[in-house]
Design a protein around this ligand. Structure first.
Ligand code: C5P
Length: 235
């Protein structure tokens, strides 16, 4: 399968997302997050699917196992390609998420499911002082990745800088989807643990998520193809 960067459609209005997507001549892999989903509802997903786009529904579920199981059953029926939870919700919650997905996906392909380890906007200092996790950030990420694997997750969300350690601890196949991607010299915005598309490729990301570096670019189509080329190792 051709390597496509996943574009984060972080827009408040679906019309803005449509306007953005209309600039592209080909179907894309898009990420629908809380901002777009909560304000526009599930029907917009069908419109994206009609245009041939693949969808990562990034709602990062984190609740008691029963609630997550039922929510995932509903999300599976939306026929998206990828969903996620927070690994911090624990093994029982992740197992319930997978069960719910399998229940909801009867007759359709089960979406893949991945777990967020530590958000790429979190620094080690913050993790220690705010979450009171007294280890290194990389240890925490690898710990959550191992728990995710044990709980039946198809992979994790992490920073490119953590991919090698996860690969050594867990092996393949295991999705290592990495946000926090910034072309060299690009604005960091609120991200902390960042890497360029080329670094992400070299460090072992299996998929990259890119938002503002494309959506807020003066020429989003050019920015997308530049990032795609760099990410595919063609540069
Ligand atoms: O604009 P930017 O490229 O920073 O957008 C990254 C996207 O990835 C955002 O939609 C954000 O919610 C999401 N994300 C992240 N870090 C994670 C998980 C998801 O930045 N660990």
């Amino acid at each position: 399968m051709e390597k496509q960067p996943v574009i984060a459609l972080d827009f408040a209005e679906f019309q803005e997302a449509e306007h953005f997507l209309n600039q592209f001549a080909e179907p894309l892999y898009v990420k629908v997050g809380m901002e777009l989903f909560y304000q526009n509802g599930p029907s917009m997903l069908y419109q994206l699917k009609e245009k041939g786009h693949r969808i990562f529904l990034d709602l990062k579920l984190h609740d008691i196992p029963t609630t997550v199981r039922k929510a995932m059953k509903g999300l599976a029926s939306l026929e998206v390609d990828l969903v996620n939870v927070h690994a911090a919700g624990g093994q029982a919650m992740m197992e319930a998420a997978r069960e719910g997905l399998a229940q909801g996906a009867s007759g359709v392909k089960r979406p893949s499911i991945i777990a967020v380890t530590q958000l790429t906007s979190t620094s080690e200092h913050q993790m220690r002082s705010e979450q009171n996790i007294q280890t290194t950030l990389i240890d925490s990420v690898v710990h959550y990745a191992s728990l995710a694997k044990k709980s039946g997750m198809d992979g994790v969300v992490c920073s490119p800088k953590e991919c090698k350690a996860i690969e050594s601890a867990i092996g393949e196949p295991f999705i290592r989807l990495t946000p926090g991607i910034r072309p060299a010299g690009g604005d960091l915005h609120d991200q902390v643990r960042i890497a360029s598309p080329k670094e992400a490729q070299q460090l072992g990301s299996t998929a990259i998520v890119v938002g503002r570096a494309i959506t807020q670019s003066e020429d989003p189509v050019q920015a997308y193809y530049d990032i795609k080329k760099e990410w595919s190792g063609l540069e």
